[in-house]
Design a binder for this molecule. Sequence first.
Ligand SMILES: Cc1cc2nc3c(=O)[nH]c(=O)nc-3n(C[C@H](O)[C@H](O)[C@H](O)COP(=O)(O)OP(=O)(O)OC[C@H]3O[C@@H](n4cnc5c(N)ncnc54)[C@H](O)[C@@H]3O)c2cc1C
Ligand SMILES: NC(=O)c1ccc[n+]([C@@H]2O[C@H](COP(=O)([O-])OP(=O)(O)OC[C@H]3O[C@@H](n4cnc5c(N)ncnc54)[C@H](O)[C@@H]3O)[C@@H](O)[C@H]2O)c1
Length: 459
Amino acid sequence: MRTFDAIVIGSGQGGSPLAKQLAKHGLRTAIVEKRWPGGTCVNDGCTPTKTMIADARVAYVVKHSYDHGVDVRSFSVDLERIKARKNKVVASFRAGTEKGLTNTEGLELICGNAVFTGPKVLEITLTDGSKDTITAEKIFINTGAKPMVPGIPGLDTINWCDSTSILDVDKIPAHLVVIGASYIALEMGQLFRRLGSEVTILEHGKRFLAKEDEDIANAVQGILTEEGITILLDTQVTQVSQSAPEKLSITLHNGTVLEASHLLLATGRTPQAKPLQPQLTGLALDEHGYIPVNDALETNVPGIYALGDVKPGPAFTHVSYNDYIILLNNLFNGKQQSVKDRPLLYCMFTDPELGRVGLTEQDARKQNIPIKVATLPMSHSARGIETGETKGIMKAIVHADTLEILGASVLGASGGEVMTVLQMAMAGHINAPQLREMMFAHPLFSESLNNLFQGITDH
Ligand SMILES: Cc1cc2nc3c(=O)[nH]c(=O)nc-3n(C[C@H](O)[C@H](O)[C@H](O)COP(=O)(O)OP(=O)(O)OC[C@H]3O[C@@H](n4cnc5c(N)ncnc54)[C@H](O)[C@@H]3O)c2cc1C
Ligand SMILES: NC(=O)c1ccc[n+]([C@@H]2O[C@H](COP(=O)([O-])OP(=O)(O)OC[C@H]3O[C@@H](n4cnc5c(N)ncnc54)[C@H](O)[C@@H]3O)[C@@H](O)[C@H]2O)c1
């Protein structure tokens, strides 16, 4: 058995930079990865999807080019070129991560699958099938999550795609049916619609994007529907079957049968914790299979920490990276940072984007916080009108007494970037009256924040 000072399991968005820093701080460190350096974000998640979404946007812009006085009479989509560009970007990000790990002195990258076999003891099945056993006082679990497969009758008898395999589909689906209507479903649904697929999205919940305020969710739904995507809510899939390649039948609770060429499962993700045999090191899992942690990311076993999607809570790349920052500061920089102090934020990469930070109106009202709400349609933004990007809405939630910004939803072109302006304002306690009068360069989308906060009176 080989002894290290620290072991990181999984080379995701938190684990990779953490492993490098542990080694740089003088700890003899191993990082174990069973698949590819970089984890989900680089290999299956953000990087490939945002690359392909950009290509689909080009198709959309070309299709609507005559609105801008540019006459492109016909065009075609070359899926092989789209995949090749995606693969090139992914390969470069993956290689960059690998190089960063292997070039760090005091850090060993072990390629293999790790399982606990005893207290703080890990057995690694290496890629050549041989075994390695390692131990360390400090262990950091960054094993992420994988696509969840729902228990739908017939699923084991048909070909279906998840968010990884859909990226390498060999032709543009004639009719893509997507189960689920959240980030993956909407981003992928719009991507393939823009490449030419008929797209139907099935959600079992009664409300579309139930975590968002209704006005925002309705606006997203309207935009996607206008592009020709069918969205069915309150819909259960009761049976699936396949009669030939690309001939799928999807039966709904009301007896309707949809004929599809491809089925994408986008029903959430499952943490990769149970396969670690956590019980053999005394680690507890919660009822959903996540590894619970305290506010400083330590598990119930002292010296074992979890970061990223394998722990409960929002599952985003920036959260995993921020987990790493918190661990770094607490371990080496004498700080006592907590995951409790950070705002919820994300950007859904539909087009236009939905940038979100802090509280929604429905959350604030549930918590009985006195609030004022400001909204501004993107059709009132000078920049939006000039660029022809008038879809969407800006919305801010402001504390009624302090006039501090508690949250914002920015659905619009550059919505994620404008949301980030508001995130910075929130962090720096810049309040609504100040933003109303702040000078922004004309004519940026962010300049519309002046107008948005006109809607907030001081008393
Ligand atoms: C299609 C898609 C699109 C997404 N888009 C976005 C986006 O735009 N923005 C955003 O913020 N988030 C996005 N996400 C979510 C984001 O990818 C994840 O939140 C993020 O990658 C989580 O990183 P992580 O650090 O938890 O671990 P991961 O990146 O999941 O890495 C975990 C690593 O651990 C390895 N591993 C697991 N078990 C073992 C084991 N037993 N032994 C050895 N190695 C192991 C895995 O192989 C993997 O490489 C997207 C996700 C998907 C699926
Ligand atoms: N832009 C981004 O930041 C981004 C993009 C993609 C993915 N992600 C991350 O990836 C994770 C997974 O995303 P996701 O969209 O798969 O999952 P999700 O958990 O966000 O949503 C799953 C959706 O599927 C629905 N659903 C579940 N089972 C169903 C069934 N049997 N029939 C019909 N509907 C069903 C749920 O009600 C829900 O709306 C998320 O946690 C997200 O954080 C983030």
